[in-house]
Design a protein around this ligand. Sequence first.
Ligand SMILES: [Mg+2]
Length: 237
Amino acid sequence: MFDKRQITDIFWDLDHTIWDYPTNAKLTIFELFSKYGLSEFTSHSPEKFHKSYCKHNDIAWEDYRNGKIDKLTLRKQRFSNTFKELGIEKDEFHDIFENEFVELCPTKSNLMAGSFEMLEFLNETFRQHIITNGFKETQEIKLKSSGITHFFKTITNSEDIGVQKPNTLIFQAALKSASAQAQNSVMIGDNYEADIIGAYNAGLNCIYYNQFEKSTENIPYEIVVINDLRKIGSLFV
Ligand SMILES: [Mg+2]
């Protein structure tokens, strides 16, 4: 556990940590499913379509993070693989769904439970920042749509830096742009590999938002693990 008196800066991950990607994506997908009358072409429900999309999106993001595919391929694959898996033969919809999803989803405003509350609370004492692997053009819209832009002094995006979390270079770039020191900073994120190991290796203090209570057996003892963002409050009082 870090010494809260030494902390000056808080770095947040955005998707799945502050911004409720799953809920916002689900709303978007349900809208597209209905707009394009997919029930005419498949007996699968919008729920099933959404579930399949999430699976293929996660796989594509992991491949993207590991440098196996580029952004364009990610965007081509996640919907085409969803359509393929569900046996919906409407190839002309792949690009339409991707383009409209990317436009519509960031305009949704749902936040993870407790995140707004914690941003407000921490804002009284600390400078707050974002470090994100998400696409540059969409991340700023998400902040604006959900009314949280004003909380952040800096936003560091992997597309600007040229490497993604967990690469330590992105954390160093974020610290530099915030004029902060690693030992006086805390990273809060939901992705153990990308956010936590990355920040840990760059010398930041870490709060791992382990929402789904995955195994924490091999996690270094100095990393704080929480399953509810509202628990952050008690770490700083
Ligand atoms: Mg995340």
